[in-house]
Design a protein around this ligand. Structure first.
Ligand SMILES: Nc1ncnc2c1ncn2[C@@H]1O[C@H](COP(=O)(O)OP(=O)(O)OP(=O)(O)O)[C@@H](O)[C@H]1O
Ligand SMILES: [Mg+2]
Length: 358
């Protein structure tokens, strides 16, 4: 009886052990399943992360490509605008200069003869007056009617002012031709000062006193002894034009703001100072103004294409970008700016005297 009890207990125990073992096996299976699932999840996660990294890399590469494409596009556009601007302006200027050149040559060339003929006729009349001191009534009446004494005195002044005018037109036409230099688009040695002077003649109208700048703009040229410089003269003149027009714009802007503050003093008389000097195998052309100057924040963007602080329609923001391209790429020189805000700006062009173009 006692034994059966024991056996019973033993069986009970074995059963419990079996149940426990089963449970253990099941939980082991569950654990493995869980483990597998977590491994799978980890794999999936890694795949997702890798994919994300790859797509981010692709995106970065794409945006880099886009940036490069945009940069290329801007450069291309700049080149297009440059050639477009240059050829359109050059053709126009050269055409006008050519058209004016012929008629002005008639006037300029004949004024000398007109003066000589007038002198001869006057001498003849004086001779008549000496030989026939008592003119008839008809002659006397005509002399009074035309105010003979006034006419003879005034005709001289008239002819000399016509001569000055014709000389001025002649000079402008010559400057236009030098400026456009359409016939000299190749690389050649020229006198830089002639280019600057012709640009100033063309800009003369903007330097005179005007509503925008009642005092006018004084130009001080301090030219050094320069040799002829190998360059593309037409393009170089375009750079002088861009830098000088910017200086005039800045001075006009300053002048109108000074006027509104009513603080124009003699020291604030607007000026542009052009200085040229040879430094070893280079020439330096410094164009400085006493305008508002350029803040440091703006200075870094100054040469960027399309950067402008001028109102829409006034500036395209291409002047300095094109100028730097002309100086650096075409002439292997440099174009730099120096400025103390409130005290004006200075643009320094450095050109090798004899550097072969690319
Ligand atoms: N002498 C200067 N003084 C003060 N600011 C200047 C001077 N020169 C240039 N700048 C500044 O640099 C900017 C860029 O000049 P840039 O010549 O490239 O373009 P723009 O004159 O605005 O337009 P665009 O020359 O194409 O008609 C100007 O808008 C102006 O703010
Ligand atoms: Mg400009």
């Amino acid at each position: 009886m006692h034994l059966t009890d024991d056996e019973d207990q033993l069986r009970q125990l074995e059963k419990t052990v079996r149940i426990l073992q089963k449970k253990l096996e099941r939980s082991e299976a569950d654990r493995r399943q869980l483990e597998q699932a977590s491994e799978l999840r980890e794999l999936l996660l890694k795949a997702v992360i890798r994919e994300r990294e790859e797509s981010q890399l692709a995106l970065e590469q794409r945006s880099h490509e886009l940036e490069t494409a945009l940069e290329n596009l801007k450069t291309l556009q700049l080149k297009l605008v440059e050639s477009e601007k240059m050829s359109a302006l050059g053709v126009l200027v050269a055409g006008i200069a050519h058209e004016i050149n012929n008629p002005v040559s008639f006037i300029y060339g004949n004024i000398g003869f007109a003066e000589a003929y007038f002198r001869d006729l006057l001498e003849l009349l004086q001779l008549y007056q000496q030989q026939y001191p008592h003119p008839t009534a008809v002659i006397q009446a005509k002399q009074n009617a035309i105010d003979f004494n006034f006419v003879t005195a005034d005709l001289n002044k008239l002819l000399s002012s016509m001569r000055i005018g014709a000389e001025r037109i002649y000079e402008i036409v010559r400057s236009l031709r030098i400026f456009s230099r359409l016939d000299e688009s190749e690389y050649k040695a020229v006198n830089i000062h002639e280019g600057i002077d012709s640009t100033l003649v063309i800009l003369n109208n903007r330097l005179k006193p005007s509503a925008a700048c009642p005092t006018g703009i004084q130009v001080i040229c301090e030219y050094g002894e320069l040799p002829f410089v190998q360059c593309f003269p037409g393009l170089l003149n375009q750079v002088f034009m861009n830098v000088l027009v910017n200086a005039i714009d800045a001075l006009e802007e300053n002048s109108s703001s000074c006027e509104s503050l009513q603080s124009v003093s003699p020291s604030s008389q607007p000026y542009i100072h052009i200085r040229t000097v040879q430094v070893r195998d280079k020439v330096m052309i410094c164009i400085a103004d006493n305008g508002p100057g350029i803040s440091e924040a703006l200075r870094s963007k100054l040469f960027d294409p399309f950067f402008t602080t001028k109102e829409i329609g006034k500036g395209t923001g291409l002047g300095l970008a094109i100028s730097r391209q002309i100086i650096v790429e075409k002439h292997h020189g440099s174009l730099e700016v120096e400025s103390t805000p409130g005290q004006g700006a200075k643009f320094v062009i450095t050109l090798p005297i004899n550097k072969h173009a690319n």
